[in-house]
Every structure is written in structure tokens, then in C-alpha cells.
Design a protein around this ligand. Structure first.
Ligand code: ADP
Ligand code: MG
Length: 724
């Protein structure tokens, strides 16, 4: 058996298994060996239902025969109940306060249930068990399920563990277990090269690759499983760090304009804002100017909650750049590109930049799919004028327009700059090496980069995903900002809330109503039936709730022109209620809108809810956020309550991370390209810092990996598997 052998050479595969493996991107023995379990399950004592005794922790496999949701007889506690059956008997699973656990199940499902058994009105039941759906029942339910060959776990050990692999239809964890067991037994481990240098393994007491593979796939005891997972979590973060740090090195190897702005000018520019900068804004601006002066390209991330004033930081630093002459010249100015995620936002930022720059004599251009604009217009020094695309491109190329605002396509498209010195990127989560490569100018120079985000993510994750960027936090809100009054609304209070909203609307304020969907759901998809849709909700509100107000609809499937029209009408106060999907999430700014209703709040992530709520944080009036949730389960409520208790987005993201068990981080992990095992590192600041320190040290000592060919090979392996 060799690492490069196709799996089919050593295992007989059914068509369904073949497809499943293809789906997972597993084709060789090596792929299989590195297909790591997402977690290990403590099987407790694996039992047949018949053999269960009182007061013990058990794990059973069974098929669901009945599901029931009710209130307990005496205490009226909401509870879920399911009955499962194996070949030996039946038993009830009971969940107090967690009826939704039962909702996940349907008759016919196969499940694994682990929990405390106890006698309930004569028969045994398992209380608040953890459950997992499984594709099939194990044929032999004995404690040796996964340990047929090895020595049985010692009699007093309850540490029976088995690996659970990422779920896929058509292939079971058991199949993986047995297939990998065979590979491990083949002696192939002796041929592996550990991609982590030995001194690093020693420093953190991590098991070497062969040991770790055995421990992760066939753990004999919990300590081994934990040590192995730790190693692979470290490995994943270490290689992400190496990739990021190498990308940074690459970018920093180019030169950038050294910018020495005139401090007095900048001060005067800031003085006419009409508000003092917050301490955090001032510190951010200083840090950026220090970076500018070095002549080495800046790579910086500015993370700040919605409303923390990132635009003022962008405008001030842009001012410093465009008032600087290209080196050795007494004419012309350096240029700035400001890239936004949508055309609506590009237009809004154009407008806020005009407010900051009015009277400065500095020209600003806007380019979107709907055309080009330039500020100021000849006739109105405080306004803009439409110009042709050709004219626009010409003026940018010859340097006459120093500040250009557009969507993220700005850089990729045909826009050529004369002296592009500074690029500001709003809400593009990964602006990585590949995108940065497109910024290299004709003379080989690259612009300074400022990435701005309002998406609050935990520090560990920021250090990992944005390991190549210096991090600046805007963790201070402008003074006088009121908190948004946030309420999780029980179903019975809906009408009452509508009356409160009516009162606000009558005072002249405006409201957002956010729905999870655009259209009515496909009736064939049962799961989707609950979520309200923008279109239907708008109709319903107009017909039954707010007939006296103007209601408009906004969602991502509309054409940019239509969206702009709707937004403009809302911004001017012509429409009173905007029923929208989460497209209003990022940055849209209407100070008179003080109410936001979020339907199906349980469907949004905490960070997203926080950002949506930020839409009503703009004005001087008290603002309100009402959360409606279809499910009122304990966990959902706990999550939503965090929205009221967290001080800011960063704290919220830390809470979100802490509230979720390792298994539940899977979806977020996928979104960020991190495996389930890797997410365990994200919960561990020390490990992330260690991986980062080691990556930086290694690149310092051996930048081309001359002494570490195993690292070069592993980086390549990871790169190719990312982009298949
Ligand atoms: P975000 O960080 O969400 O992009 P913005 O830059 O849009 O926030 O700022 C939100 C609002 O706060 C804007 O109306 C802006 O003019 C105002 N603002 C920014 N900085 C301050 C400050 N230091 N004091 C008072 N208001 C400020
Ligand atoms: Mg903004």
C-alpha cells in the first residue's frame, strides 16, 4: 500500500460510497488517512436497550418510533419525548425544557443517544440525552463496536471513545474507522514525513504525525484523542499562519509611496467635521500615518462596530494621501481607491465623503454599474455631476481625480490610476494574496492597504484569518450615542409592538422590517415554511397592519437601479417602512430610521443581528430593535439574550464562540475555511498565539524553507487542495 494509491485498489466500494468519497474530495490512501474525525464521542457504556440499568450513563442505538412534544403533566415544563427501538426492546428519550431536541427527529430515523438512564413511572428512560442521527444501526451492539481487534477497554474505564467523521450521505463513520484501521496496520506510517518541525512539536508537547494519526483515528483513551486533536488543530492554524505571513512578506517586498502628510493641514481638515474624534479614531489615524511614512506597504485591518466612525478614519487618512505630492514632483497628487461591497454603499460613501471634503477643493469620483459621477460640479461646489465613463477613466488615469469610490470591481476592471498610493477596502472579508497581486502598479509599486470591517469576530479568529494584517480596533463609540433598546418579543406581544411602531412612525420616524427570505417558500420544502418572506410580509403589513404608511421592498434580486431608487426614496422619507432582506446589513445609513424589526431572528448569526441592529444607531433619537423568533427554545433565547448583554460586537462574537459547543462551530468553520478540528484551536487563544509565533519565527529564520522542505511541500499540498 502506498500513499498515492487510489482507494479503489485496496477497498471494495459500493457506488454510493464511491460518490460520497468523491464528494469529500477523497481519492487516495493519503486523503483517507488525513480525513480527520470532526470529534470523538464518549460512548459511555454502549448497551442494548434491554440491558440498561438504573442510574447509569449509557449510549444506545435505536430507530425512532414515536415523537411527541408536550408540557409535563404537573410542572407544565415544555418537554420533548421520543421512543426508540433496537432489536432488544424500546426506551423513551426525554428532554425537559428542550422540546426542540425531539423536533429534530422523525419516525424511522436511526439515532445514537447518550445520557443518564433512570426509572420513570416504571420503565427506564434516558434523560436529556445527546443525540446524533446515524445512517444505520450498528449490527452488533457490543462495547467492541469499534474495537474488535484491539484489547477491550479496561473494565473500569468509561472512556470508550469513537471517532465521528464529518457527515456525508452514503458513507458511515464506521466505514472510515475500519478502512483507516486497515491503512494504519499496513505499516505505511513509517513512510510519512512530519510537516511540523520536531523542535516545535517538542516545545508544545505535541505528538508526532504517526502517533497522532493512530490516536485520532483509533483512540484507546481520551487523553490520546485530546492530544491528537490538539496537534492537528495546531497544524491547521500553523499552516494558515505560514500562508498568511508569507503573503505579507511578499507584499512587503514591493515598495510603496512614503507619505509624509502635513500634520497642520490634517488637523484643520478634522476640525471642520463638527465633532471631536474619539480616542480610538485618533489612535487609528496615527497608526495609519506611521505606516504610511515607512515606504513599506501598509497591511492593516480596521475593525469597528457599526457606527464607530470608520468613514471618518478613511476620509482623514485619504486626505493625508491626496494632499501629498508624488515623490520628487511639485505637481499632481497621490490617489486613493475606496472599494465598497455594493453599489448602494459606494453611493452612500461617495455622499459622506462629499460632506467631509466639501470646500477642500479635492475632487472625488464615483463609478458604478449605473454610471459615473464627479464631485464637485462646476455649477454647484457642494454637489456632484454625472460624467461619462470615458471622461471618468481619462481623469483617473491622468491623476486629475485623486479619490475614486466604487465597488470591489474597481481594481479589477479597466480603471487605471496614475499614482495609486492607498486602497481602502470596506467589508471584503478575504482580500488575500491573489487579489493583492492585482494591485501592483506599472512601476512595480503597490498601494498601502486598509481593510475595514464591522463584522465582529473573536480575537483568535481575527489573528488567524487576518494573520497577515496589523489589527486596529475602533472599540469606542462616539459620545452621546444611545443604546438601541432591544427586545426579544414573545409571540403574544406582536400586536402590541405594532402599536408601538405606529407611534414612532406617527412621530415621523421610519422603520426597517427584516425578513429571512425574499419569496414565499417552495411549498415542497417543509423546513422553509416558517420563515417570513419580504414580498408577502410587505403585502400583509400594507393590507392589515400599516395601511396608512408607504411601504417599500428591498432585496438582493432587484436590479441595482431599482435598489438605488428604493433606498433613495427611503432616505428622503418618502417611504416609511422598508421591508428588506439582510441586504441592508452593511453600512446603509438613514438617520431617521429608528426602528428595526427582525423576523426569524433565530436564523441569523449573532454578528449579523448585531450589524442589522446597527442600522438604527445613526440618529439622535432613541432607537428600537424587536426580535421575533419562530423557535423559543432555551438555547435560541440564550443566544438572542446575548444581544442585550454584550457591550460591543467583539464581546458578542466572543460570547457566540463560547456559547457554541465544538460540534456547533462546524458551519461557521466552513464559512471561514477551517475544519472542525481547527475550530478547537479558535477556542484557544494560547494555541493560536503559539502557532502564529512559530510561523513568524520560522519565516524569519528560513524564508525560502531551504531547511524545511517538508513545510514547502505541505504548503503546496494545502494550496492545491484549496483551489480544486
Ligand atoms: P461605521 O463605522 O459604521 O462606518 P460611520 O463612519 O458611518 O460608521 O459613522 C457613523 C456616524 O457617526 C456618521 O454619521 C458619522 O458622521 C458619525 N461620527 C463619526 N465619528 C464621530 C465622532 N467622533 N463623534 C460623533 N459622530 C461621529
Ligand atoms: Mg461604514
Amino acid at each position: 500500500m502506498r500513499l498515492s494509491d487510489p482507494i479503489g485498489e485496496h477497498f471494495r466500494l459500493q457506488p454510493l460510497q464511491k460518490t460520497a468519497l468523491e464528494h469529500l474530495g477523497i481519492s487516495t490512501i493519503e486523503d483517507l488517512l488525513y480525513h480527520l474525525p470532526s470529534r470523538h464521542v464518549d460512548a459511555g457504556k454502549l448497551e442494548t436497550i434491554e440491558a440498561i440499568e438504573d442510574k447509569e450513563r449509557v449510549t444506545v442505538f435505536g430507530q425512532v418510533t414515536k415523537v411527541n412534544i408536550k408540557k409535563s403533566f404537573r410542572s407544565r415544563i415544555p418537554m420533548g419525548e421520543a421512543t426508540i427501538r433496537d432489536s432488544s426492546g424500546t426506551i423513551k428519550l426525554l428532554w425537559f425544557h428542550q422540546p426542540y431536541m425531539a423536533k429534530k427527529l422523525g419516525p424511522g430515523d436511526f439515532v445514537r443517544a447518550s445520557g443518564q438512564a433512570s426509572r420513570k413511572s416504571g420503565a427506564f428512560a434516558i434523560m436529556n440525552p445527546e443525540i446524533e442521527k446515524v445512517p444505520e444501526l450498528p449490527s452488533d451492539i457490543t462495547p467492541g463496536l469499534f474495537h474488535k481487534k484491539g484489547p477491550a477497554p479496561s473494565a473500569n474505564s468509561s472512556d470508550m471513545l469513537y471517532p465521528v467523521y464529518p457527515e456525508t450521505r452514503g458513507i458511515t463513520s464506521r466505514w472510515f474507522f475500519h478502512a483507516i484501521e486497515k491503512i494504519l496496520a499496513s505499516g505505511i506510517l513509517n513512510t510519512l514525513v512530519d510537516p511540523i518541525p520536531k523542535d516545535i512539536l517538542d516545545r508544545y508537547n505535541l505528538p508526532a504525525l504517526p502517533t497522532a494519526l493512530v490516536w485520532v483515528h483509533t483512540p484507546r483513551d481520551e487523553k490520546h484523542a485530546i492530544a491528537a486533536r490538539k496537534r492537528f488543530a495546531f497544524e491547521e492554524i500553523f499552516f494558515i499562519q505560514l500562508e498568511r505571513q508569507r503573503g505579507r512578506q511578499l507584499y512587503e517586498a514591493s515598495s510603496a509611496f512614503a507619505i509624509k502628510q502635513n500634520a497642520r493641514d490634517v488637523e484643520r481638515f478634522v476640525e471642520q467635521f463638527g465633532f471631536p474624534l474619539t480616542g480610538a479614531q485618533a489612535r487609528a489615524i496615527d497608526a495609519i500615518f506611521v505606516d504610511f511614512a515607512r515606504g513599506i506597504p501598509m497591511l492593516r485591518l480596521l475593525e469597528g462596530d457599526v457606527g464607530s466612525g470608520k468613514t471618518a478614519v478613511a476620509a482623514t487618512t485619504a486626505y493625508g494621501v491626496v494632499t501629498t505630492r508624488p515623490s520628487g514632483q511639485s505637481f499632481g497628487s497621490l490617489q486613493v481607491a475606496y472599494m465598497c461591497p455594493t453599489e448602494i454603499l459606494a453611493t452612500q460613501h461617495f455622499e459622506s465623503f462629499i460632506e467631509f471634503f466639501v470646500g477642500s477643493g479635492i475632487e472625488i469620483g464615483l463609478i458604478t454599474g449605473s454610471g459615473c459621477k464627479k464631485f464637485p460640479s462646476k455649477v454647484n461646489p457642494a454637489g456632484w455631476t454625472d460624467i461619462s465613463r470615458a471622461q471618468f477613466l481619462k481623469w483617473v488615469a491622468n491623476g486629475e481625480i485623486p479619490i475614486v469610490i466604487g465597488t470591489h470591481a474597481l481594481i479589477q476592471k479597466s480603471v487605471k490610476f496614475k499614482y495609486l498610493a492607498y486602497v481602502i477596502i470596506d467589508e471584503q472579508h478575504r482580500f488575500g494574496t491573489a487579489q493583492r497581486a492585482k494591485l501592483v502598479q506599472k512601476d512595480g509599486r503597490v498601494p498601502h492597504l486598509l481593510s475595514m470591517t464591522a463584522t465582529p469576530i473573536p480575537r483568535t479568529l481575527a489573528l488567524t484569518l487576518y494573520g497577515d494584517l496589523d489589527l486596529t480596533l475602533l472599540d469606542e463609540m462616539p459620545r452621546g450615542r444611545k443604546q438601541v433598546a432591544t427586545e426579544i418579543v414573545p409571540k403574544a406581544r406582536r400586536e402590541k409592538i405594532y402599536e408601538e411602531i405606529r407611534a414612532r412612525l406617527n412621530e415621523g420616524r421610519q422603520a426597517y422590517i427584516i425578513c429571512p427570505r425574499i419569496d414565499e417558500p417552495d411549498p415542497a420544502k417543509e423546513m422553509a415554511l416558517n420563515a417570513r418572506s419580504v414580498k408577502e410580509e410587505a403585502k400583509r403589513l400594507k393590507a392589515r397592519v400599516f395601511p396608512e404608511f408607504e411601504i417599500a421592498v428591498l432585496h438582493s434580486k432587484m436590479k441595482p437601479k431599482e435598489k438605488d431608487k428604493v433606498m433613495a426614496a427611503f432616505a428622503e422619507g418618502k417611504t416609511h417602512i422598508l421591508v428588506a432582506t439582510s441586504v441592508v446589513e452593511v453600512g446603509v445609513n438613514v438617520p431617521n430610521a429608528t426602528v428595526i424589526v427582525i423576523e426569524g431572528a433565530e436564523r441569523f448569526g449573532l454578528a449579523q443581528l448585531h450589524q442589522l441592529r446597527g442600522r438604527v444607531l445613526r440618529g439622535t433619537h432613541q432607537s428600537y430593535c424587536y426580535l421575533f423568533s419562530e423557535s423559543e427554545g432555551e438555547k435560541t433565547m440564550e443566544r438572542l439574550r446575548a444581544l442585550s448583554s454584550a457591550k460591543n460586537g467583539f464581546e458578542l462574537s466572543e460570547m457566540d464562540l463560547a456559547l457554541r459547543g465544538s460540534g456547533e462551530l462546524s458551519t461557521s468553520g466552513k464559512q471561514w475555511g477551517i475544519s472542525d478540528i481547527g475550530m478547537e484551536a479558535i477556542k484557544n487563544l494560547k494555541m493560536v498565539e503559539a502557532a502564529r509565533t512559530e510561523a513568524i519565527r520560522l519565516l524569519d529564520e528560513d524564508p525560502a524553507f531551504a531547511r524545511h522542505p517538508e513545510i514547502a511541500r505541505e504548503l503546496e499540498r494545502r494550496e492545491t487542495s484549496h483551489f480544486e
